[in-house]
Write a protein that binds this ligand. Structure first.
Ligand code: FDP
Length: 335
């Protein structure tokens, strides 16, 4: 069976006017960076890149060496091509400006270079998540792009994607017309399409949540999870199974592949943090992908893609996956 490569897919999308040449180039460059990150992750303990880097990121989280390496790979790959106005990353407090020696483009690239990085040292899947926005009102005078340019709701994203570095390296992508998955053929070095139109089943018997936070959950989430755990004899009348990798990319990838609901809900553990995950480069791209695959994504209170960001690194509660389950738990928040 002959399968198309990522490059062929992107050319098709450009011909059908779903993306412009700049966006096609942008995705190609991100894919190239993803291969380099996958290589670094795949070397495991063979190089000196496991363990902590000795610093903290803007979230006050310990940075792993591979977090820093992945961030640098993405910055370097994307700086010179002329397709971006600026970049933002989980690992950097402020937006990264395109050096003056390079031309600037009209897009903004946001990323979490290595999501789930607390799992790297134990050889569990990690990933890269990215989101692309248009840069509003660019002055064209080479001036810096400040944080406010990035503060657009997720419904403005033009491309969203993630890579998962697991048994295989896969790139999952939406340019706004469905979701495609590409698997890296390590022999040829090409990403090859392995799923053309991913669909999240509307119903599921699988859920994913860090249950150690149960004492801090709000009542609607507690009610929902209690009902799932009550199984056949409870109000749902069926048994549910739980799966929690603890690496968002891997958990979302499972849900995209076979259905399920993923929750990192609002809790009262730390009143300064409404949820754990970051809106701009974790929740938004994942929400766009899940919606494009027929699933749903909310905070419990509203659609994630409609949240108006106030800060680049803001956190947001996340409930996403199989539509009927997400709608049910979201409904519990308003009843
Ligand atoms: P990590 O801290 O390892 O980078 O986004 C952060 C994230 O991982 C997600 O990938 C994951 O779903 C979540 O945090 C797990 O957090 P907890 O261990 O606090 O449940």
């Amino acid at each position: 069976m002959s399968r198309i490569t990522l490059s062929q897919f992107l050319i098709q999308q450009q011909r059908e006017e779903r993306i412009c040449a700049e966006l096609r180039f942008l995705v190609e460059v991100v894919a190239r960076a993803v291969k380099a990150i996958g290589n670094a992750v795949g070397k495991g303990g063979l190089t000196n890149s496991l363990g902590e880097a000795g610093g903290e990121n803007v979230q006050g989280e310990v940075q792993k060496k591979l977090d820093v390496i992945a961030n640098e790979i993405l910055l370097e790959a994307n700086e010179w091509g002329g397709h971006l106005a600026a970049m933002a990353s989980e690992e950097m407090d402020l937006p990264h400006q395109i050096p003056h020696r390079y031309p600037k483009g009209e897009f903004l690239l946001l990323f979490d270079p290595l999501d789930g990085s607390s799992n790297i040292d134990v050889n569990i899947s990690v990933g890269t998540i990215f989101s692309v926005l248009r840069c509003p009102d660019r002055a064209g005078d080479g001036s810096d792009v400040d944080e406010s340019a990035f503060l657009q709701p997720g419904n403005q994203q033009v491309v969203a994607g993630y890579a998962v570095y697991g048994a295989a390296t896969q790139l999952v992508l939406t340019v706004g017309s469905g979701v495609q998955a590409f698997t890296l053929d390590r022999e040829t070095g090409s990403f090859v399409m392995t799923a053309e139109s991913m669909r999240v089943p509307e119903d599921t018997r699988e859920y994913a949540i860090n249950a150690s936070n149960a004492r801090w959950w709000e009542a609607p989430v507690r009610r929902y999870v209690d009902e799932l755990n009550a199984g056949k004899n409870g109000p749902r009348g069926k048994d549910f199974n739980m799966r929690w990798v603890g690496s968002m990319v891997a958990d979302v990838h499972r849900i995209l592949t076979r259905g399920g609901i993923f929750m990192y809900p609002m809790d009262t553990k730390d009143p300064t943090k409404p949820g754990k995950l970051r809106l701009m480069y974790e929740a938004n791209p994942m929400a766009m992908i899940v919606e494009q695959a027929g699933g749903a994504a909310t905070t419990g209170y509203q659609r994630i893609l409609d949240v108006q960001p106030e800060k680049l690194h803001q956190r947001v509660p996340v409930i996403l996956g199989s539509k009927n389950e997400v709608e049910r738990v979201t409904g519990y928040h308003s009843s």
